[in-house]
Unconditional design. Structure first.
Length: 396
């Protein structure tokens, strides 16, 4: 029996302030961070009975630490929701949070859910070291620990060597390919900080960011108000001695969480609220792993085509800034896009990139920006390690 697809609405979206590595949120467990945004999200819609939530889906890129036992389900329990509310955790690395939003939207669209919560969480500060299990008992030699904070670990030797280069080397490859200079990357990074700082000063995040209990963090911790081309010029390249990628023109390591409430028409009535936006279309594509930064190029085109929209229709576009070089490489492939609509309130270079949470953060940002505009089309997109891209089109 064929079921007609339902409209999917985003009723609300919240996120924590993003903490820096070893910073204000580093003492907060990732399952507690997830519970915080889940609790805050539902508190803002008091008419909704939490027992009506059909599923909670969270993205997480690590899964090796305190979030290892299905962090979505743990968040449900820690947030005090009814034990009858289920939860599932998904992993598409840097786009895990957006993958969660898309999966929740699909469930609502096909009628498997009427009310769903989607989000993402990451504590890069608390990501553990892992010790591979030896092939035999009682090895006599020293054993190697691997950090799970970011990037490749315990690499399969059957993979092509060029596929497993560090993420920053992938950004250098994009800079080489498009002739992107160090100065262009630094200028892009400065603009990210300036836009983010201005947005906070103007109160544009007041309706979106919720506090973490017991933590005095009131703003994204890695935004630097005094960033300048001169200050960034003094930083040394990280991945090549003569390279262009530095700590200043790349996203930092971060902690944070975000959550969105998605509903169908019936669920919308139960909330008693006006939605922020409607889900229109998505797209996912893959590229060679070392060129992961260009993953969004075709994913965005696919999503826009499915939505029946073009770059000229966009009111806002949240493009996750893994690296300035990566973002500039993508922008070079979209000549019809107005740069003014891209990350108008700052991007991940300034705000931060808590891996599993970033996709949910930017989806929520697009929804809030469309609501503020009153109408329009918005896009959220991320590059993904190991060579993928994911994009989501929202409308109001």
């Amino acid at each position: 029996m064929t079921r007609q697809l339902r409209d999917v609405y985003i009723v609300d979206a919240v996120r924590t302030p993003v903490g820096k590595y070893g910073g204000a949120l580093s003492d907060v467990r990732p399952d507690d961070l997830a519970a915080e945004v889940l609790r805050s999200l539902l508190a803002r819609t008091p008419d909704l009975d939490p027992a009506r939530i059909d599923d909670v889906i969270f993205g997480n890129a690590n899964g090796a630490g305190e979030e290892n036992r299905n962090v979505a389900r743990m968040a449900v329990l820690l947030a005090g929701l009814p034990v009858t509310v289920p939860g599932s955790t998904v992993n598409r690395l840097c786009a895990s949070g957006l993958e969660a939003v898309i999966q929740a939207a699909r469930a609502v669209a096909v009628g498997d859910a009427s009310v769903a919560v989607a989000g993402g969480v990451e504590s890069m500060s608390r990501a553990p070291w892992v010790l591979p299990k030896p092939s035999r008992a009682f090895p006599a030699g020293h054993q190697e620990l691997f950090s799970t904070t970011i990037g490749w670990r315990m690499v399969n030797k059957r993979l092509e060597p060029q596929w497993t280069v560090p993420l920053g080397e992938g950004a250098e490859l994009i800079a080489d390919r498009y002739g992107i200079t160090r100065e262009q990357q630094d200028a892009f990074a400065v603009a990210s900080h300036e836009k983010a700082a201005r947005a906070w000063r103007n109160g544009l995040y007041d309706g979106e960011v919720v506090p973490v209990e017991g933590v005095g963090l009131t703003r994204d911790e890695t935004i630097r108000d005094n960033t300048s081309p001169q200050s960034l010029a003094g930083l040394k390249p990280v991945f090549r001695p003569d390279g262009t990628v530095t700590a200043g023109n790349a996203s930092p390591l971060n902690d944070g969480a975000a959550a969105l409430l998605l509903v169908d028409e019936e669920g919308l009535k139960a909330t008693g609220r006006e939605p922020l936006a409607r889900v229109r279309a998505s797209g996912v594509t893959a590229v060679e792993p070392q060129h992961f930064g260009l993953g969004p190029v075709e994913a965005v085109r696919k999503a826009l085509t499915r939505a029946g929209r073009g770059f000229g229709d966009l009111t806002t576009f949240e493009l996750n800034e893994a690296f300035a070089a990566q973002s500039l490489g993508c922008l070079a492939e979209w000549p019809g896009l107005d740069p003014a609509v891209v990350n108008p309130r700052g991007g991940a270079i300034a705000i931060g990139h808590p891996l599993g949470a970033s996709g949910a953060r930017i989806a929520g940002a697009v929804a809030h920006q469309l609501a503020a505009a009153g109408s329009g089309t918005g896009l959220a997109a991320l590059c993904i390690g190991v060579g993928q891209g994911l994009a989501l089109v929202l409308e109001r």
